[in-house]
Design a protein around this ligand. Structure first.
Ligand SMILES: Cc1cc2nc3c(=O)[nH]c(=O)nc-3n(C[C@H](O)[C@H](O)[C@H](O)COP(=O)(O)OP(=O)(O)OC[C@H]3O[C@@H](n4cnc5c(N)ncnc54)[C@H](O)[C@@H]3O)c2cc1C
Length: 385
């Protein structure tokens, strides 16, 4: 039986480990701080799941598959992970992304409900639709309980025969031949036949020559504002997940369990050190979120901030994932570059990685490191990320 070590128990590594266990491998999953820890990109309370991806249909199809798996797992594991509230998409003057998304969703048989402005106002009186030129509802979308899901996946890894260890792995020494072991921070060594590094924003520092700046960690603030007493308008089912693809891409998740109304700006923030930096929100970020609320959700204009999260995107230059073999060690694999949209895809990434590691699937050029050999013109970041 092949022994495979997966380093990193976030969305990418946890699902990879689970899929490898299910395909008969002996798996050891290690994480420095634990699944969905507060430093990890998968560590937030919630993450949006949606198949709306403009013309990047590779992700439309992946998200649809991922949703099926999330649904199955939720039912089989009897766990509270997925909340299908629907997602309300609002587009500004430039609605090219909306039109491309609608076409792609239609082609994939994923329903959307186009809404007129007056219909939207009637359904969602708590939203001011000023500046919105078109909108639609994606009913088969919603949110996932992110860190709870990471913990659940690791529980399943163990329940189905894998091993989980809390340990920090050092970067493997690569010398052109297959790697036989990795060293842990306590000085011990783990031997295996193959190694998957799914270390999110830490990938660049673990593999400075091969990944380095191709995965950049940016600071992303998330706020939870209080809703008025006795007022259910900011909870599902009165409010779905909403995404405002106007000049900036701002989105939110309805209040859940009286923990506040979530709002975040998708624009990449300044660089962050995922290990050492403190996770305190900035006054400027809070003020910007409040200004947005005053415009779009006027009844929350003066809502007190209940709590916040400071997370990080671990983005590649083109916002596409990296799912590839290390170019100098055939049995070392790299999975990451979620670029602000990877969480929902965990179950599919797990399947792809397991197939590649077990030699059943070739690396997809869309996710290969080689694509960065010729840098993209202008370095673009699409709005769907
Ligand atoms: C604010 C925010 C909002 C987002 N919104 C969405 C969304 O709505 N929908 C969506 O699909 N995605 C979203 N994302 C993106 C998504 O959360 C990430 O792409 C995804 O969680 C990345 O998972 P990962 O497993 O690659 O990385 P991580 O979750 O960071 O996992 C890496 C793990 O590796 C461990 N590790 C690192 N180095 C070592 C080492 N040397 N030894 C042992 N362990 C190590 C860490 O402890 C960590 O647990 C969002 C991200 C953020 C920050």
């Amino acid at each position: 039986m092949r022994h495979i070590i997966v380093v990193g128990a976030g969305a990418f590594g946890g699902w990879t480990a689970l899929e490898l266990v299910r395909r008969g491998a002996r798996v050891t999953l290690v994480d420095a701080w634990g699944p969905g820890n507060t430093r990890a990109s998968s560590g937030g309370r919630t993450r949006v799941i949606r198949a709306t991806y403009g013309s990047h249909t590779i992700y439309t199809a992946m998200a649809a598959r991922a949703l099926e798996i999330w649904r199955d797992c939720e039912a089989t594991w009897q766990a509270d992970l997925l909340h299908l509230t629907g997602a309300l998409w609002m587009f500004g003057e430039d609605d090219e992304f909306g039109r491309a998304s609608a076409a792609a969703l239609h082609a994939h048989g994923i329903p959307i409900e186009e809404l007129t402005a007056s219909e939207a106002r009637r359904r969602y009186p708590q939203i001011d639709f000023g500046g919105v030129s078109s909108l639609f509802l994606e009913p088969q979308a919603g949110y996932l309980r992110a860190r709870a899901a990471c913990a659940q996946v690791v529980e399943r890894v163990e329940a189905e025969g894998g091993e989980y260890r809390q340990a920090a792995a050092l970067a493997p020494r690569i010398s052109g031949t297959p790697v036989t072991s990795i060293e842990l921070s306590d000085g011990s060594r783990l031997n295996a036949d193959a190694f998957v590094f799914a270390c999110g924003p830490w990938l660049g520092s673990l593999f400075p020559d091969v990944v380095g700046p191709l995965v950049s960690a940016t600071r992303q603030e998330v706020y939870y504002f209080a809703t008025p007493a006795g007022d259910a308008r900011f909870q599902a089912p009165s409010l779905p997940v909403w995404l405002d693809a106007g000049e900036r891409f701002i989105y939110g998740i309805p209040e859940r369990a009286a923990r506040g109304f979530k709002i975040a700006d998708d624009t990449p923030g300044p660089p962050i050190d995922p290990t050492g930096d403190e996770r305190v929100p900035t006054a400027a970020g809070i003020a910007a979120a409040r200004a947005f609320l005053a415009r779009r959700f006027p009844d929350l204009a003066n809502a007190p901030l209940l709590s916040s999260e400071v997370c990080q995107y671990e983005s590649t230059p083109d916002s596409n994932f990296i799912l590839d073999r290390h170019p100098e060690a055939a049995n070392v694999w790299i999975a990451g570059g979620g670029s602000g949209h990877g969480f929902k895809m965990g179950p599919v990434i797990g399947q792809l990685m397991a197939s590649m590691v077990l030699g059943e699937l070739a690396v997809d050029p869309a996710f290969a490191l080689a694509r960065f050999a010729s840098p993209p013109i202008g370095g673009w970041r699409p709005k769907w990320a």
